[in-house]
Design a protein around this ligand. Structure first.
Ligand code: SF4
Length: 358
């Protein structure tokens, strides 16, 4: 796409001036410390600003420096992350800070090539940290940026088609303010969050309205175009709250993969045609070796992940006499009292029924 220098300059200037006047106060905007900027960007992926703010403060209180985090215990880190979801981000961030401490003397690499090699650092995070913390000219492309550009230039390619990414990246790169890339990147994302919102954009307050092709042609509602995705499947899951002498059995998931390293109440996916209570007994035996009986149904929870949803039926279970734990899948287990549950990091689907356990 050809964008004249004059038009690019006009858009860039309008965006940055608008941002400097209207930007929201956020704790990570008050610093250019690369560790803090990096942490905020990792937390903000898939989470809203108001959700992230308390996590950000608590995390920095506990791990004020990159070295403190690198030395930190993964279980503590997962506990601090509990409820934010996407736990692979926390595990990767921990690993990455370990590498930064060991190989780069605790300084976040100030060059793209080195930084993007670190675990969990993709193009978005690299562009955000390199521009915001170091002032290097890299344009960010996230959902907000794609939506703004799709409307501004009436881009017909669906924003969720992976092949379209390069086009958005090139346009963002053309518009980028190379003198103040951090401000520019924040400006376009902030415009997407506050003005050019997914529904009902407030074009009357938009600083780039004179250059917006979809607005000028009264086609704002048509953009961004999206490719239809297959509906996400719903998995039927079961879990058991297994009581023994006032304690409950929890197991720890393998370190890698979905919810890796987190603790949970044991269970699994129902097999085809299996009744929930019978499936719970079977899944617990498969995973823990324990023979149990179900007592009563404690809860029915719905939870959505990125690529699937789950319905989780939770049963209170009793251990049959003489039965012992022999793990098959989980890497650890513990028998805990209700007041100890707070010491372990659990997935959100488990947190949703935990208040019912006494
Ligand atoms: Fe978005 Fe409207 Fe601004 Fe165009 S004029 S960029 S559609 S807010």
């Amino acid at each position: 796409m050809n964008i004249s220098d004059v038009k690019a300059k006009r858009i860039r200037k309008a965006l940055v001036s608008w941002y400097l006047k209207h930007k929201r106060k956020m704790p990570w905007r008050e610093t250019r410390d690369p560790y803090r900027t990096w942490l905020s960007e990792v937390m903000l992926q898939q989470a809203q600003v108001k959700t992230v703010i308390p996590y950000y403060h608590r995390f920095l209180e506990r791990f004020p420096t990159i070295e403190a985090l690198a030395r930190g215990d993964l279980q503590d880190i997962l506990k601090m992350w509990e409820g934010l979801g996407y736990y692979a981000r926390a595990r990767n961030f921990h690993r990455a800070t370990g590498i930064v401490t060991r190989d780069y003397g605790g300084s976040v690499p100030a060059d793209w090539e080195t930084f993007i090699q670190l675990p969990g650092v993709g193009e978005y995070t690299a562009a955000a940290v390199q521009s915001l913390a170091f002032g290097h000219p890299h344009a960010v492309v996230d959902g907000n940026v794609k939506r703004v550009l799709a409307r501004l230039f009436a881009i017909e390619d669906p924003v969720n088609r992976p092949k379209a990414y390069k086009q958005f990246k090139d346009i963002a790169g053309t518009l980028l303010d190379r003198e103040q890339p951090g401000n520019f990147n924040q400006a376009i994302m902030e415009l997407g969050a506050l003005i050019c919102k997914p529904a009902r954009p407030t074009c009357d307050h938009c600083p780039v309205q004179p250059d917006c092709i979809s607005y000028q042609h009264d086609r704002v509602d048509e953009f961004p175009k999206k490719e239809k995705r297959k509906p996400v499947p719903t998995l039927q899951m079961v879990a058991g709250v297994i009581r023994k002498k006032g304690r409950f059995l929890i197991t720890r998931r393998k370190p890698a993969g979905l919810l890796g390293g987190l603790w949970e109440f044991p269970g699994g996916e129902l097999q085809k045609g299996e009744a929930a209570a019978a499936g719970c007994i079977r899944a617990i035996q498969d995973k823990t070796g324990l023979k149990v009986d179900t007592d009563k149904r404690l809860a029915r929870i719905n939870h959505a992940y990125t690529h699937f949803k789950i319905t989780l039926e939770v049963f209170v279970c009793q251990v049959r006499p003489g039965s012992r734990v022999r793990l098959n899948g989980p890497v650890d287990f513990d028998w805990v009292r209700p007041e100890q549950l707070d010491d372990y990091a659990f997935p959100k689907a488990n947190l949703k029924f935990m208040h019912l356990i006494v």
